[in-house]
Design a protein around this ligand. Structure first.
Ligand code: 5GP
Length: 190
């Protein structure tokens, strides 16, 4: 998605070798017009599937996911992160190691909000090692629903998550795929 790549080049900041900060339009301050375009693009990319529900994880995926759900005309559910183990029978839960915070989160979704047999489209802001996406896919499967695909805004293709999850059969559509990045050389897209 060209406007997204241009925005990443213009406003993204590279920290070390593997963290991209996009706080000015995605992760702290949010550009609503860009989020709307992202929602429209995911709708176009997944126009061949019936989507009953969009699922993301708090907090940074929510803005783009709500726009995506608006285009599909379906609800958006966001998984919550909790440091304590929630063994309540009323939730689905899965563990995910946080790439940015270096902590393990328990990711939870109320059983009320994913139903067996539904087609669920997963949306997230970044794909790095794939822990967040794998936890969301796991929750969809626990619910007896179908993970019909994952829409990722920025995939860091030099990290293994995308390749691993595609090899496991998950359809992933990423709007910007980063081949390499460094503070010195900048960003190269695939
Ligand atoms: P993964 O679970 O695939 O290793 O990492 C994905 C999650 O970590 C995303 O939900 C995102 O919040 C965060 N993340 C991973 N890499 C980056 C990055 O380079 N920049 C930012 N801002 N977040 C990232």
């Amino acid at each position: 998605m060209q406007i997204l790549k241009e925005r990443i080049k213009k406003d993204g900041r590279i920290i070390g070798d593997d963290i991209l900060k996009v706080d000015s339009f995605l992760n702290h301050q949010i550009d609503p017009a860009l989020m709307d375009s992202i929602g429209a693009e995911f709708y176009r990319l997944f126009s061949d599937v019936k989507v009953d529900r969009v699922l993301t994880i708090e907090a940074s995926g929510i803005a783009a996911a709500v726009m995506t759900a608006k285009y599909f005309g379906c609800p958006l559910v966001f998984a919550k992160k909790s440091r304590t183990v929630n063994q309540s029978a009323s939730v689905y839960s899965s563990k995910a190691f946080s790439f940015t915070h270096k902590t393990e989160n328990n990711v939870i979704v109320s059983r009320e909000f994913i139903r067996p047999g539904e087609n669920v489209l997963i949306i997230d802001d970044f794909l790095a090692n794939g822990c967040a996406l794998r936890a969301l896919k796991d929750i969809v499967l626990q619910a007896g629903a179908n993970p019909v695909g994952a829409g990722i805004i920025i995939e860091k293709a030099f990290q293994p998550g995308g390749e691993d999850l595609r090899a496991e059969g998950l359809r992933i559509e990423s709007l910007a795929r980063i081949k390499s990045m460094s503070e010195k050389e900048g960003i190269e897209f695939l």
